[in-house]
Design a protein around this ligand. Sequence first.
Ligand code: SF4
Length: 275
Amino acid sequence: MEVILAEYLGFCYGVKRAIQTARDNATAAGGASTLGPIIHNPQMVERLQSEGIGTINSLGDMKAGTVIIRSHGVGPTVYAEAEERGLNLVDATCPHVKKAQMSAKELAEDGYRVVIVGERNHPEVKSIVEWADGDAVIVESVAEAQKLQPVEKLGIVSQTTFSGSKFKEIVAELLELSRDVRILRTICTATDQRQAAAAHLAGQVDMMLVIGGKNSANTTRLAQLCTARCPTYHIETAEELQPQWFQNVNRIGITAGASTPDWIIREVCTQCQRI
Ligand code: SF4
């Protein structure tokens, strides 16, 4: 049985940077915690917990110490609240997310109706809404785009991990809504690379394994892309592998979301060879 890894998979630059930032602050006076899980990968969150980096759900959960903003970013009110509470804030927002946030802010300031193409429940998207003065429309699908009313000026940004092809389809609809449309395609390079590599590999193998948190938007997207091309299983760890999946399978493709640690990818590869 042949196991082939996608050309681009696993940890991206923004996630590596956020984890390193958290580790650099693990021994900060008063303790260090991330606001929300640092990445959408329960195994990595657990590992950091054992290294002394906690997770809080709101700034009110912390009396003192260092709060680390994860790569998904937060709205402006969080920075102000941390200062008010006297907390030391360390910002690990991915620069690509920052760019999406600042693009939305500038569009709103320039009088554009801001449309964010992305998932409304994703923390990154919620943070981008806040930077657009809390007044942005979130669009997840072509059907939602078709329901919007025409406006004079329309500014479009995207969730950094959104599907490139879906973004294109939605933008085609949005272009009908205004004569003055500004499009800022803020999908990050790591996302584009992982999606393209996964789709390419899925077209060449008998089965794909997509590794990553079930709560990870970018991993779920990889699984959707692969499912359209070959039988695909989305797993978090090697323990979920089922021997019956491997019947009549000669070539297995493996990809992993931007928040999947290398050690989990290695374990899955090793386990595949054993089955
Ligand atoms: S997926 Fe892209 S935007 Fe998200 S953390 Fe990684 S590099 Fe940054």
